[in-house]
Design a protein around this ligand. Structure first.
Ligand SMILES: Cc1ncc(COP(=O)(O)O)c(C=O)c1O
Length: 462
């Protein structure tokens, strides 16, 4: 007898990632058709300001012909070939050289993957194998942070500091310990108390977990703690890499000197999937010393060092450099903060986190979250021609392409304000501008960072 539920028309055959398919298959999909600069257009011809850069990746903006041309030229010549063993393609070699030269790691080596989750998985295996090669195979434990997002492979799911992303998948990797996101003392006491820790994984700015910039001297302290305990420091720059944090890498902005740095997204601005694990020479050494690692490190992906992806990455980095887009982010971060911070005056808003790079979040009060405000604001934004999404915590993600201009940043701030009001918000507090430093200057942003994250940061469980 046929199962009645299975026989029901599904509405769509596309199983969407991170989706409530019961809802999507009933309500329908929003089909994005094309894009140009900071805008995308749906199949009905409606134009939207892309306030999230896709999933934090479209740094150089949509519709770049140079990237399409780079892909087409490479595909016509050789779409890709294996990079296993001694094989290589020219774009892969050129990209590795370029990344090693630009990354803030000494004597870097570059392991290419197909995205951020691959990069996380590679790094977890790499650090454990590193310690095994050094004769310390008891060092297997990975330390991760509350709010952390390290992708969706099983390793990254095990490292997740967003509880909802871990739940319901059976037993995850038990060799993982979580610490509070903002407490350097907690890491210090953990590392002092055990000798089985391989690495500390850290997003310099927490992204999908809610957009939390590092408070005060947090990063300097945890970096030093790892160094003094001989624990590897892995900077997950899948979001922050290639300019989004207002420097080419957040590790540069905060002088982290990571042992391993994970990147993806902005490496190609999302035009084609690619990730890069950039490894300091000191960590690569056991793998590169004759006879050190028996036979070979049996790790890699079919599309590691994919030639077309590497060609697109090179062309993308050309654009980032030629158009000085990192300097542009450095300037626009002040504009974005100026446009968003006044939203903290609305009663439903608990906090606006902005000021570091083109990365921000508008967070809501617990009551607003329990009464559906985030979803209503999001819908209101779509009606007003702004496309973004709510993070797992309910906060609104704001991470536009680097090519967004001042006028569109202002428009974004106004659209969010209008959508808040349409969702029932009122201005409960006096305008916050008098309480905040002048965030249109560098000094002001730094002062804002400190005050904001030291005085207004949410509690650990927040
Ligand atoms: C910090 C971080 N690490 C890893 C990942 C996983 O990357 P991907 O989705 O490309 O697998 C993400 C994705 O958003 C991320 O933000």
């Amino acid at each position: 007898m046929e199962d009645a539920r299975a026989a029901r028309e599904p509405g769509t055959r596309l199983w969407h990632p991170f989706a409530d398919m019961a809802a999507v298959s009933t309500v329908g999909e929003m089909v994005i058709d094309r894009g140009e600069g900071a805008y995308v257009v749906d199949e009905q011809g409606r134009r939207y300001l892309d306030a999230s850069a896709g999933l934090w990746y479209c740094n150089v903006g949509h519709g770049r012909e140079a990237l399409a041309d780079a892909a087409a030229a490479q595909m016509r010549r050789l779409a890709s070939y294996s990079a296993f063993g001694d094989l290589a393609t020219r774009p892969a070699l050129d990209l590795a050289e370029r990344l090693a030269a630009m990354a803030p790691l000494h004597d870097a080596r570059v392991f290419l993957t197909s995205g951020g989750s691959d990069s996380v998985d590679t790094a977890v295996k790499l650090v454990r194998r590193y310690w095994a090669e050094l004769g310390q195979s008891e060092r297997t434990v990975i330390v991760t942070r509350e709010h952390a997002y390290h992708g969706m492979h099983l390793a990254g799911t095990s490292l997740a500091g967003i509880e909802a992303n871990r739940a319901g998948h059976g037993d995850l990797d038990p060799a993982v310990v979580q610490v509070p996101w903002d407490d350097a003392d907690a890491l210090e006491s953990l590392l002092s108390s055990r000798s089985d820790i391989a690495a500390f994984f850290c997003e310099p700015i927490i992204g999908a977990g809610g957009v939390y910039a590092p408070p005060g001297d947090y990063l300097a302290r945890v970096r030093e703690t790892c160094r003094s305990h001989g624990v590897l420091f892995v900077a997950d720059e899948v979001i922050s890499g290639y300019g989004r944090a207002g420097a080419m890498f957040a590790s540069e902005r905060w002088a982290l000197d990571p042992d391993v740095m994970l990147t993806a997204k902005g490496i190609t601005s999302g035009y084609i999937p690619l990730g890069a694990v950039i490894v300091a020479g000191r960590v690569a050494e056991p793998f590169w010393t004759p006879g050190a690692v028996p036979v070979m490190w049996r790790h890699g992906y079919t599309y590691s060092a994919h030639a077309t992806a590497c060609a697109v990455a090179l062309a993308n980095l050309d654009i980032v450099e030629e158009e000085s887009l990192v300097a542009r982010v450095d300037r626009l971060q002040h504009q974005l903060a100026a446009a968003l911070l006044p939203l903290a005056a609305y009663d439903v808003v608990s906090e606006v986190r902005a000021g570091v790079g083109l990365l921000a979040a508008v967070d809501y009060s617990t009551e607003a979250k329990s009464t559906g405000v985030p979803a209503r604001v999001l819908a209101g934004l779509r009606e007003r021609g702004v496309l973004t999404r709510n993070l797992a915590s309910g906060a609104l993600q704001v991470s536009p392409p680097f090519v967004i201009d001042d006028a569109d940043i202002d428009l974004l701030g106004r659209a969010i304000a209008d959508a808040l009001v349409a969702a029932g918000a009122t201005k409960a507090r006096a305008s916050s501008s008098g309480l905040l430093p002048d965030i249109t200057s560098d000094e002001g942003v730094d002062a804002y960072d400190d005050r904001h994250y030291l005085e207004q940061r949410p509690p650990h469980h927040g």
